[in-house]
Ligand binder design. Sequence first.
Ligand SMILES: *Cc1c(COP(=O)(O)O)cnc(C)c1O
Length: 428
Amino acid sequence: MTDPGPHPNVWYPFTPIGGMARPERVLAGRGAELELADGRILIDCIASWWVNLHGHGHPHIADAIADQARRLEHVVFAGFTHEPAERIAAALADLLPGSLSHVFFTDDGSTAVEVALKIATQYWRNRGEPRSTFLAFEEAYHGDTFGAMSVGARGPWSDAFSDQLFAAEHVPFPATWIGDDEIDGKEAAAIARLASRLDRKPDVAAVIVEPLVQGAGGMRMCRPQFLKALRALTNEHGTLLVFDEVMTGFGRTGALFASNGAGVTPDLVCLSKGLTGGFLPMAVTVATDEVHETFVSEEAERTLWHGHSYTANPLGCAAALASLDLLADAPYAAFEALHRDFLESLDPQLIERPRVTGTIVAFDIRTGRGGYFDEVSTRIKRSALERGLLLRPLGNTVYLMPPYCLTDDQRRTVYREVRDLVAEVTAR
Ligand SMILES: *Cc1c(COP(=O)(O)O)cnc(C)c1O
């Protein structure tokens, strides 16, 4: 039987429809591997869009979902509550730093960000000092809904909607890499820009940042001390600080959360991708006591009027609890040293800006162009498939973000094949 290609009834995301390549048909997943319909096996080097933590089809999470489905698959979450939601909320409050302990459930990373923006705006209103400006970082990605797009970097993906996005101000992100000797200056300049903006007018509701690693913007990494300086500055100006940990949460940066790793407590944190171990769509926005306190009222105007049909879905909560069980013994802290050795083995003539934070390793292929639409990315994807790897480069940026269950053998295979791939796509 020949593969019919893209299904006529499916509109695929992030994919130009004209000239669309045949999507790979996936039959099954087990551990770090995916089995394709034609029998090929791929190592999932990107945790399937950064969500999978413990491998595909992990029986502990699968069983937890099945058990929960037989007991209670879903129930309205206003006026009703259930144990899986209360348990995951308490567990997250326990793991997150400071007084981040009020957990609001949503469905995906974008809506977790929407809720953070709404809470931040209404926080100021509830205090009787309305503020509505958001500061965000250049190259930021916070999701695809209108609010999330507004605080994200603009580009061809947002052009069609630019008239409908609210104005957010973007400041430089001090991205760094191994061997970067200009980082002190870049950080000082970024902090100075932020400080002068915050000094100019007390209208900034919040600063939103992807802590330690900007994901979709190209795996751009910053130092923990920048986040500390950012916290000091936002405290000084009474501005809220939002950590969008949708990607960085649950061990990705080598610590349980980037906030823990950097030693910084934001006022609001958004979590999603790894929350259920990659099994079900669910997200949370978590607020500190101080933020939550301003909503404690019987007045309708001070209430957060937000919710989704599947808010705190019990299956998602059960998956998240099972994923947290596994996370307790997951070796996410061990990846950074191994990734660092791998980067050292790459030819600096062929790559630049080698960087690593926890389980995420990245570098840029030297092409003389760069950026999200660099056509080298097509060649990287094709070569990766031929080598049995699932990679999804961001333009000329190659990164690895494997599930934590990657075996030593698989890791060695990935490193070797990526090294060869770099040589292949840069050969002329
Ligand atoms: C993926 C991502 C989002 C959006 O999450 P979705 O679940 O795709 O809506 C938001 N912020 C960051 C940092 C992300 O990586």
